[in-house]
Write a protein that binds this ligand. Structure first.
Ligand SMILES: [Zn+2]
Length: 352
């Protein structure tokens, strides 16, 4: 089969590989719709995970099951399925402890395009099919459903990590597609003021549609100063970090009220340390919490999140700015994520 792969740091291209083998608990899936991700860009062009050779990229997609292992109970060939980016081993002790993301070691639930071939191929392998796949309900657009693999669960996890409560003032730093779902998540959980930090017009417009009350553009001055001015010097209750770099934590801590919480869902692709400002962190005694987490994957989460789409509470199609047709279009779609022209939020490739 053919697949679009990371050939080495900074290099991508098409390769030929053997079709993956289906274990007794697993499934082999043919993609119906796939999406490239900024994570793919960090992995390839920043070498964030270290070097990878001939590793097929991609972790966002929906597909059709073509084969299942002998112990798979709930799925069969022909089923159309949602595939989460994070596919934990559900029998691992870390999963039993509630941290399926870190099964078999830190971030071990992140397998696609990290420790095994991803979804940008004619076929891909899903471990623990009963635990990780979810049926794609009739009437849900497969292109929109690709946002269930990563953008929706990751963005919404930001509001879970930051523990957004009714009436909270929340700052969402970074309004790419994940940050936009962070805004949507904060709104769903009852935030009052949502300050969305970003400069691109396309993203700002969609951020308002998802519930942002204010757009903070760093081109108009320091984002910290702007947030402090809008909150009359008090700061915000919660911060969701979905963009920026190792220096962003400094601003997040400074704009946070004592007792506030920061949920980081940003993939830090470079830099060695994250600085915490001593004074604004209350000399170590501010009760300002920081938690960073990769979203849990798995079937239950996919089933719950698709129900938000079915009931109309969340419409991820606003994220999709570019649609391509045919597996071979994954290359131009990925380059859009890499080059980020101002009108792009998220491209999707539809495969017939
Ligand atoms: Zn992704």
């Amino acid at each position: 089969m053919k697949g679009y792969a990371m050939l080495g740091i900074g290099k991508t291209g098409w390769i030929e590989k053997e079709r993956p083998v289906c274990g007794v608990l697993d499934a082999i899936v043919r993609p119906i719709a796939i999406a490239p991700c900024t994570s793919d860009v960090h992995t390839v062009w920043e070498g964030a995970l270290g070097d990878r050779h001939d590793l097929i990229l991609g972790h966002e997609g929906v597909g059709e099951v073509v084969e299942v292992g002998s112990l798979v109970k709930d799925f069969k060939p022909g089923d159309r399925v949602i595939v989460p980016a994070i596919t934990p081993n559900w029998s691992a002790v870390e999963s039993q402890a509630g941290f399926s993301t870190h099964c078999d070691g830190m971030l071990g639930g992140w397998k696609f395009s990290n420790t095994k071939d991803g979804v940008f191929a004619e076929f891909f392998h899903v471990n623990d099919a009963d635990g990780n796949l979810a049926i794609l309900p009739d009437g849900v657009d497969p292109a929109a459903a690709t946002m269930l693999s990563d953008m929706i669960p990751t963005g919404l996890h930001g509001s879970e990590l930051a523990d957004v409560q009714y009436g909270d003032k929340v700052c969402v730093i970074g309004i790419g597609p994940v940050g936009l779902m962070g805004v949507a998540g904060a709104a769903l959980r009852g935030a009052s003021n949502i300050y969305a930090v970003g400069s691109r017009e396309a993203c700002a417009k969609v951020a308002k549609e998802y519930g942002a009350t204010d757009i903070i553009n760093y081109k108009n001055g320091s984002i910290l100063d702007q947030v402090m001015e809008k909150t009359k010097g008090k700061g915000v209750d919660k911060v969701i970090i979905a963009g920026g770099d190792v220096d962003t934590m400094d601003e997040a801590i400074k704009m946070l009220k004592p007792g506030g919480k920061i949920g980081n869902i940003n993939y830090l692709g470079s830099g060695d340390y994250i600085k915490i400002p001593r004074v604004e962190w209350g000399y170590g005694m501010s009760h300002k919490s920081i938690i960073g987490g990769l979203m849990p994957g798995g079937r239950l989460r996919m089933e719950k999140l698709v129900s938000l789409m079915l009931t109309g509470r969340l419409d991820p199609s606003k994220l999709i700015t570019h649609r391509f047709e045919g597996l071979d279009k994954i290359e131009p779609a990925l380059m859009l994520m890499k080059d980020k022209p101002r009108d792009v939020i998220k491209p999707v490739v539809i495969i017939k």
